[in-house]
Design a protein around this ligand. Structure first.
Ligand code: AMP
Length: 173
């Protein structure tokens, strides 16, 4: 499937979760077996050959895409989760949302220093969530080698907050 065909599978819902937000709803892509599979294949292809050691998925939609990509690549999956969900010893980062702040956590023993990691999420919007995730990766001494999204919203400028050259998205809205 082409990126345009995949984009057509994503439903647009205006004013969700609040007025003024144009929400890109990936559930309509997920429920289409061919589109979901094609998305995983297309996101995985450029990540092969990076010799990554681990793949980080960002809660919660990053898990949906991240886990099958990790399996395709033959590497382990590491969740970055919202505050209070991980049972072991964690490190935390507070990051800005459009309104207020949020906290993300990762298990302290999830990545070894020098590990090459891929980060996956569904949609790149302002980039705040993935920028916070990058700080967690850095705190553990790991090296981000790719950041992969199904879709990005270029008008929100997220890419400018992320390192050059390692960010990819199949679709832009
Ligand atoms: P960000 O602003 O990049 O930190 O976005 C945080 C998270 O919110 C991303 O993981 C997306 O899943 C989600 N998100 C933000 N804006 C949208 C949107 N307009 N449509 C769909 N998902 C969104």
């Amino acid at each position: 499937m082409t990126p345009e065909q995949l984009a057509a599978k994503i439903r647009t819902i205006p004013d969700f979760p609040q007025p003024g937000i144009v929400f890109r709803d990936i559930t309509t892509l997920l429920q289409d077996a061919e589109a979901f599979s094609a998305s995983i294949d297309a996101m995985t292809a450029p990540l092969r050959g990076l010799k990554a050691d681990a793949l980080i998925g960002i809660e919660s939609r990053g898990f949906i895409f991240g886990a099958p990509i990790a399996r395709e690549l033959g590497i382990g999956f590491v969740p970055v989760r919202k505050l209070g969900k991980l049972p072991g010893e964690t490190i935390s980062i507070e990051y800005d949302l459009e309104y207020g702040t949020n906290v993300l956590q990762i298990h302290r023993d999830a990545l070894r220093p020098g590990a090459r990691v891929i980060i996956v999420d569904d949609v790149l919007a302002t980039g705040g969530t993935v920028a916070g995730t990058l700080k967690l990766v850095e705190q553990l001494g790991a090296i981000p080698v790719a950041i992969s999204f199904l879709a990005e919203l270029p008008a929100l400028g997220g890419r400018a907050r992320l390192p050059d050259g390692i960010v990819s998205a199949l679709i832009a809205f």
